[in-house]
Design a binder for this molecule. Structure first.
Ligand code: ZN
Length: 444
């Protein structure tokens, strides 16, 4: 097998075109009714497989995973509420958010009062259907707009949920790329939401395309990509792969990357791990607005990866945080809410973070007694004519000065306030001029 030789520095990518492809994948996955288990997850993983060759794994219901148990598998064919005339006035076929996710089967006549106890709507957002779940307590219900709810005037209704809740499997997808070292970077997304674009599908699409891009490159780190149901998926994966967790040197929970809001980075519980410093550096130099959040034990799957028994360096890089946009967990988180432009911008930021991780090495200055003469090595002329020649010259001086075996390139970028990409480029030039030698990984 021929190993790839391209790196993130040499690969040519049409990032705008990739944004369109990411959007198209979201559009293909949007109609599927997903949940934490079931055929919707399997169909989703089959479609992801067309982008990147993930391995699909199944864990049987009843499997004990730390303090949790893999639940029964849920599948649904149809659901509706019919009025007296037999009209489907709340219809799962119109929108899969209409059914309370994980509803147990039901088929009966109910009074309006009884039906009301099983309805969920948003009085403050009267046109939107909310997204509600009942995974761990058996229930049935319907979600509808407040306007639809106000229009209910019959005395009784027929409710029908044609679902099954039986022993089966929890299904998840995984893809692994072996790099130069066994140390791993983890990229994980949740796959359990039905028709919701930003919260769920944008993360899936970004991770799938990122995996595809990285699979063509020569990489220093190994990379692991997880497509898992939220909470129970990460708990299950961690319970079954405790041996792998020591290899995870950094990770990101990917979600909410398709809206047009500013980037938000929630730090890992460690707070100053290489992944934290890398993301923060990239955002600082992105020229775009961004926000930083300290770790908190609430949110996406970083809750599990950062639980004290693991305390992995895993943060979460999103755009507008979950719950802080009005479309969140409603029917308005649809194909109009995410854009190809936002997706491609998010992908660029993720690729730049990976570029930092890949190249954040430690070098040793081979001419440490006074500054080496750059001119006689052609290093000044190499800079001539370049618009940022002054910054590159300054970058060379910083790299030479701090390459004493105790600073990695990201620290040098931070101290010099010069973008990592520039620091990395001049490092290549200095290395080619035999003024620097790369030290083995993690030697500081
Ligand atoms: Zn969610």
């Amino acid at each position: 097998m021929k190993l790839p030789s391209a790196t993130l520095d040499t690969i040519e990518m049409d990032i705008d075109q990739l944004g369109i492809k990411m959007y198209d994948l979201i559009a293909e996955l949007y109609p599927i009714c997903r949940s934490i288990t079931g055929n919707g997850v399997r169909s989703t993983l089959d479609i992801i497989k067309k982008i990147t060759p993930i391995e699909i794994n199944q864990v049987p219901s009843g499997t004990q995973v730390f303090d949790w148990t893999v639940p029964k598998e849920w599948n649904i064919k149809d659901a509706c509420v019919k009025d007296r005339d037999g009209h489907r006035i709340i219809d799962f076929q119109q929108h899969n958010l209409h059914v309370l996710n994980y509803s147990v089967p039901v088929h009966k006549k109910v009074s309006r009062a009884e039906l009301e106890e099983h309805l969920y709507s948003l009085p403050a957002q009267p046109d939107l259907i909310p997204y509600r779940t009942s995974y761990y307590s058996e229930n049935w219900g319907f979600c509808l707009s407040e306007k639809q709810r106000q229009a209910l005037c019959d005395d009784d209704y027929e409710v029908c949920i044609d679902s099954t809740l039986q022993d089966g499997n929890l299904t998840y997808g995984e893809y692994y790329i072996k790099g130069e070292t066994d140390d791993e970077i983890l990229l994980t997304c949740h796959i359990c939401h039905p028709s919701l674009c930003n919260d769920n599908l944008s993360g899936i699409s970004l991770v799938a395309h990122l995996a595809r891009i990285l699979s063509t490159l020569s990489l220093r780190y190994s990379y692991r990509f997880l497509f898992i149901p939220g909470t129970i998926g990460s708990i299950t994966w961690l319970a079954l792969h405790q041996d792998i967790t020591q290899k995870i040197k950094g990770g990101l929970v990917v979600a909410g990357v398709g809206d047009s809001g500013p980037f938000t980075y929630k730090k890992s519980r460690i707070g100053d791990a290489e992944i934290d410093k890398s993301v923060i550096h990239v955002l600082q130099h992105s020229g775009k607005g961004y926000a930083l959040r300290e770790f908190s034990p609430y949110g996406y799957d970083e809750r599990q990866f950062c639980s004290p028994g693991f305390n992995l360096p895993v943060g979460s890089l999103t755009r507008t945080p979950y719950g802080e946009y009005p479309e969140y967990h409603t029917s308005a988180d649809n194909l109009d809410f995410v854009t190809a432009g936002s997706l491609s911008e998010s992908l660029s930021i993720y690729l730049e973070v990976i570029h930092v991780l890949e190249n954040n090495l430690v070098y040793l200055n081979q001419n440490p007694k006074c500054e080496p003469q750059l001119g006689k090595r052609g290093l000044y002329s190499a800079l001539g004519g370049e618009t940022n020649a002054k910054e590159r010259q300054l970058a060379m001086l910083w790299v030479l000065n701090l390459s004493d075996g105790r600073h990695d390139l990201l620290e040098i970028a931070e101290k010099s306030k010069i973008r990592f990409q520039t620091i990395n480029q001049v490092t290549r030039q200095l290395e080619n001029a035999h003024l620097l030698v790369r030290l083995p990984d993690r030697s500081i």
